[in-house]
Design a protein around this ligand. Structure first.
Ligand code: MV4
Length: 453
C-alpha cells in the first residue's frame, strides 16, 4: 500500500480524498495555489506545498510543479480528483515514468476514450450498443449530406475531440445541415484544435444514465449500478439520483453487463463511468466514458455502503476487483450547491461566506470545503458543496433532502440552494418523469429565496 499520497486538486474532492487516505493510515500532501492558502484541504493534509498563483494553468494544471512537489515530499502516489489533470494522458504517463503511481486511468485507457469517434468504434467492436451513425469521422461536408440522408433526420453531429456539448449540433432538416456543419467544425477547431466530426441519429428526449465501474490491473471489472444525471443545464449536472426512477432490474442487468464489457475491452484500470443515453423505449447507447472519480460518486457510496475512494486507492495499489457487482440497497439524491445566482442566469457569486449552517441528521451527508469566514475565490469551479440525502425509498429521500435544504443556510453570497428547493418540488422531478430536456421548461420562482421562518 502507498505510504503517502499527494492530492493534485482542491476544494471538496481534495478533502474527500484526504479523509479516506487518513482512515487508511496513508499520509497526505496537499498542493495549493496562493488563492487557496486558507482552504481546508491545506489545513487537513499532513503536509502542504504551494505550487503557484491563482490561475489553474499556473498551479493545478502545472504538471512539473506537481511532480516536483511529489518528489520533494516523497509521495509515492498522486490522486488527481476530478477535472484539472485527472484525464490527462500525458500526466498519467509522466507520473508512471517518475515512479509515482497515478491513482487514475493509464495513459492508454485515457487515449482510447478521449477521442470520441474512435472510442465509439472500439465500443461497437466490443459489442456495446452505440447510436446508429457514421462509421467514424466524416471526411467532408458533401459526405455529411449523404450520411445524413442515409441515417435519416433528425441527426446530430459531434466533435470527436468534444465532450460537454462543445462542437455538437442537432439538425432536423437537410437545409439546416450546412450552417450547423460549418459552425460546429469552427467551434471544435478553436476549442480543441481538432475539427473532426462524426454523426449519429438524434435520440429524442433521452435520459442520461451512467454506470459506475471499477477495474483491476488483472483485466477484471465490476459495476456499481447506475446514476441518473438527466437534470442538467448547459451540460452541467445539477442533481443526480440512484437508483434511476426509470430503471428496471432487467435494464440494470443489461447496462451493467455492457459497462463491464466496455471497461474490460480496453483493460480499464481503476474507477470509471460509462455514460449511456437511454431512449423512451429503454434502448441504451454508449455515449462517453469518464476516466476518473466523479463529482456524484457519493450517491453510489450511500446506496452500496462502499467507500469508492478507498476502492480506487486499493485498485491502484494492485488489489483485485471485488468478486461481485453492487446493487442499490437504498435511494440517494444529490444536489450540487453552487455559488451562483439562479435568478440571474446562474451567474457566479464568489466572495465571503459570512454565515453558515450545514444540515445534518439521519441520512444527510454534506461534502464541502467551506466554513463561515471562508472566501470563495473567483478563479475556479463554482461548486461549493454537495448535499446528499439517503433513505429506504425515493419518497423518503425526497422528503429528507427538502428538509435538509431548509436547514442549509449560507450567508454573504448567492447559492443554488433556493433553486434546489424548487427543483425538489417540481412535479416532473417528484414523479421521476424527466429527461435531459427538463431544464428547458424550468421557470425559476423567486419565492424559494425566502428563508424558512
Ligand atoms: C446525444 C443526444 C441525442 N442524440 N446524442 C450531450 C453531451 C455529449 N456527451 C452527448 N450529448 C448528447 N448526445 C445523440 N445521438 C443528446 C445529448 C445531450 C445530452 C445528453 C445527456 C444529458 C444532457 C444532454 C443535453 C443536451 C444534449
Amino acid at each position: 500500500m502507498f505510504k503517502k499520497i499527494l492530492i493534485a486538486n482542491r476544494g471538496e474532492i481534495a478533502l474527500r480524498v484526504i479523509r479516506t487516505a487518513k482512515e487508511m493510515g496513508i499520509s497526505t500532501v496537499a498542493v495549493y495555489s496562493t488563492a487557496d492558502a486558507n482552504s481546508l484541504h491545506v489545513r487537513f493534509a499532513d503536509e502542504a506545498v504551494c505550487i503557484g498563483p491563482p490561475a489553474s494553468k499556473e498551479s493545478y494544471l502545472k504538471q512539473l510543479s506537481i511532480l516536483s512537489a511529489a518528489e520533494v515530499t516523497n509521495a509515492d502516489a498522486i490522486h488527481p480528483g476530478y477535472g484539472f489533470l485527472s484525464e490527462n494522458a500525458e500526466f498519467s504517463d509522466a507520473c508512471r515514468k517518475a515512479g509515482i503511481k497515478f491513482i487514475g486511468a493509464t495513459a492508454d485507457n485515457i487515449n482510447k476514450m478521449g477521442d470520441k469517434a474512435s472510442a465509439k468504434a472500439t465500443m461497437k467492436t466490443a459489442g456495446v450498443p452505440t447510436v446508429p451513425g457514421s462509421d467514424g469521422l466524416i471526411p467532408s461536408y458533401e459526405a455529411a449530406v449523404e450520411i445524413a440522408e442515409k441515417i435519416g433526420y433528425p441527426v446530430m453531429i459531434k466533435a470527436t475531440a468534444g465532450g460537454g456539448g462543445k462542437g455538437m449540433r442537432d439538425i432536423w432538416k437537410p437545409e439546416d445541415l450546412q450552417k450547423a456543419w460549418e459552425s460546429a467544425v469552427m467551434e471544435a477547431e478553436s476549442a480543441f484544435g481538432n475539427g473532426g466530426m462524426y454523426m449519429e441519429k438524434l435520440i429524442q428526449e433521452p435520459r442520461h444514465i451512467e454506470i459506475q465501474i471499477a477495474g483491476d490491473q488483472y483485466g477484471k471489472a465490476i459495476h456499481l449500478s447506475e446514476r441518473d444525471c438527466s437534470v442538467q443545464r448547459r451540460h452541467q449536472k445539477l442533481t443526480e439520483e440512484t437508483p434511476s426512477p426509470f430503471m428496471t432490474d432487467e435494464l440494470r442487468e443489461k447496462m451493467g453487463q455492457a459497462a463491464i464489457k466496455a471497461a474490460e475491452a480496453i483493460g480499464y484500470e481503476g474507477l470509471g463511468t460509462i455514460e449511456f443515453l437511454v431512449d423512451k423505449n429503454r434502448n441504451f447507447y454508449f455515449m462517453e466514458m469518464n476516466t476518473r472519480v466523479q463529482v456524484e460518486h457519493p450517491i453510489t457510496e450511500q446506496v452500496t455502503m462502499l467507500d469508492i475512494v478507498r476502492l480506487q486507492i486499493n485498485l491502484a495499489a494492485g488489489s483485485k476487483a471485488p468478486d461481485h457487482s453492487f446493487y442499490p440497497q437504498m435511494h440517494s439524491i444529490e444536489c450540487r450547491i453552487n455559488a451562483e445566482d439562479s435568478y440571474n442566469g446562474f451567474r457566479p457569486s464568489p466572495g465571503l461566506i459570512t454565515e453558515l449552517n450545514l444540515p445534518g441528521g439521519n441520512g444527510v451527508r454534506v461534502d464541502t470545503h467551506v466554513y463561515a469566514g471562508y472566501k470563495i475565490p473567483p478563479y475556479y469551479d463554482s461548486m461549493i458543496a454537495k448535499l446528499i440525502a439517503t433513505a429506504p425509498t425515493r419518497e423518503e429521500a425526497l422528503a429528507k433532502i427538502r428538509r435538509a435544504l431548509e436547514e442549509f443556510h449560507i450567508g454573504g453570497i448567492k447559492t443554488t440552494i433556493p433553486f434546489h428547493r424548487q427543483l425538489m418540488d417540481e412535479p416532473d422531478f417528484v414523479s421521476g418523469n424527466y429527461t435531459n430536456e427538463f431544464m428547458e421548461s424550468f421557470v425559476p420562482n423567486e419565492d424559494y429565496q425566502k428563508l424558512i421562518p
